[in-house]
Design a protein around this ligand. Sequence first.
Ligand code: HEM
Length: 318
Amino acid sequence: MQDPTIIESFWDVDKDFALLGLQVLPGLIAPAGSRGRERFFQAFRNYYATDSVKTASHLIKARFNVNKKHGVSDEDIAHFDLGVCTALLVNTVPAIWWTLFHAFSNQALLKELRHVIAAAISRQYKSREPLTAISIDVPHIIQTVPLIDSFVKEVLRVHSNSMSARLLLQDKVIEDDKGTSYLLKKGSFLAMPSAPVHASTDAWGPNASTFDPARFLHLQGDRISRSAYRAFGGGHALCPGRHFAMNEIMGILIIMVMKYDISPLDGDWSIPETRDHISTSVMTPGRDFLVRIKPREELQYMGGNFVWRFQKRTGRSE
Ligand code: HEM
């Protein structure tokens, strides 16, 4: 990485996102976010000015080339990069945090996850010969162990509070379950928070407030309305990164539970208070949570060497 301050700058912007959105004297009402934003833009401007994009990933190069083709300046590309980093990081990072929190704070769940993942891995290997390195096909595990998908969806159901925002293009009357009508007026701004829907016993049944990693395994067909699950928003603005994000979170979960043991430094796994953000779906813990991460002792018998494959063997791998 060329400019390590960019990480801190990005999260400073994230903390002050709502205030910056007001576009009123940002240097005064959100000084840390405003400085962070300037540092972020400057770092990306330097990046493009020094032609560093040549060594970037395929994704970044492709974006850069599309922007260039349409005459977008380096300055504006640097501004767009803030949006890209926001979409990529602000929900995925806390989602991974909560996923690891629930996996490691619940010993029964951790045991179950390790058991089903190990079973999926061992099905890949016919031979009983001792192995020096185990090649793990992450997409295959995600596909064959439905508990992982259910668990991550449940993490997002419980810890997300997305606020889909829409501008009303016409008057619309809606009715609640008691028959009271409400007029939503054309031209007004409609905010639809997901947390009340995710906590609704009408939608999720009497155990709506319980964290149930296997919840989505039990749900069949149309028993739950599709619109009751709002972690990725809905309608025409439904998050286009949702499959990528789910795979990313599930991949990291698999690696972490198989390779490491994690325990809180103070021995206390109580769920920390959370912070809502206007800009994000997934809530963040309100404080740092210090943990000890150790390689699992049980893995020593197989050398502890894993090779994680994230793509099918057709193209680039590892
Ligand atoms: C756990 C991770 C994520 C969550 C919970 C999440 C959630 C959301 C939500 C709630 C929305 C607003 C939907 C609405 O207004 O109804 C959204 C929009 C969006 N997300 Fe995500 N997102 C995640 C990851 C990602 C990733 C990894 C990317 C990019 C690769 C991404 C790209 C976008 C984009 C571009 C939009 C705007 C869509 C539009 O307005 O048409 N998201 N996301």
